[in-house]
Design a protein around this ligand. Sequence first.
Ligand SMILES: *Cc1c(COP(=O)(O)O)cnc(C)c1O
Length: 403
Amino acid sequence: MRQVPNVHDAEPIPAAAKQAIEELLQSGDLFRYNSEEAPVSLLEREFADLLGAKYALAVSSCSAALFLSLKALDLPRDAKVLIPGFTFAAVPSSIVHADCIPVLCEVGPNYRIDLADFEAKLDDVQAVIISHMRGHTSDMDAIMSLCEARNIPVVEDAAHSLGTTWNGRNIGTIGRVGCFSFQSYKMINAGEGGILITDDADLVARAVIMSGAYEHNWKKHKGPIGENSSDLEEAFARWQNQLPLYNLRMNNLSAVVIRPQIPELARRVRDGLVNHDYVAARLNGSAYLDVPPPLAPEQRAPDSIQFNLVDMDEAETRAFAQVAAEQGVKVQVFGLSTDNARAFWNWQFLPEKQELPKTRDMLMRACDVRLPVRLSRDELDVIADILLEAAEIVKGEQRAYGT
Ligand SMILES: *Cc1c(COP(=O)(O)O)cnc(C)c1O
């Protein structure tokens, strides 16, 4: 039998991390505010510079970054926050956590926001989180002009979009705030962790304090090197003692695991895109599989592939996933498992039940397959072969199922 690649193991952490971990363990300096040049502070500067933002705040997860972004926007209790109906349960959860109310908008068969539904719901909301789910970028030009016309702040959930660009601009720098994840399934893996970036001194000052920079620890947060930092200092002075401390800080150990991966990012992004596009071209050769193309301004950074099943009913969809699984490739159809955290009807913690027929229809036939960037061409072929064969077995001339 052919060897099916392991798609669950992450890439090893670069050896440079070992030395830094050893030094950290020797010094015992795990808390970010023990020193001025703590690894977490260095990471913040490097990450902000990498993406071209003025400020970065590293925290315990992307969910924490989203929560702090909403809190930093100073939204009133029960403010409505619009999000796409296709995202991870942590996103509406961060809104509930911030005492706000998630409002869901439709997502089309290409996994991107349905702009007609987005616009129809926009006048009733006070903020927007654009979740670039699985790194698929919605039309940010249209979204920004609709939101700017109404003065509605946009938070980008770029958890899965590190390295993605839109018209050459880094995803996460288009909205007022961009939030990223360092959880193990993302481009940079620290097990857990998150970071937010912004150019807004007042917003970052609020987020820094609420993340747990108690007393004068905010003094260890600086703006871009060489820039007059009076905006930031004034903002910190304004908010001193005014805000709750939620203690969502990042540990220095996480930062030393993350920092040596930053130089690897460009390679990971490049390989991930080449791998994805290779498999996409092969899958699109089948009449039963459809990988939607990116939008024209979008340069993607994928580490998984999503595709739609064409003309398959629910029984055939289940059969497709089963045949692929028997051959060793796990296909997750977002809407088919009872507990999938990316299916909006499973977010039963929402204050109001919301129905999204288009998004539901997409989730019932959209498939998700992991495609770690380290896979070789031969390994990609094994995965593509299994998916193509499964489609052929279920729908092709020698139908074995559903007859
Ligand atoms: C992973 C992910 C999150 C959550 O990130 P955490 O760091 O685990 O909180 C949120 N949104 C999207 C799109 C994600 O992929």
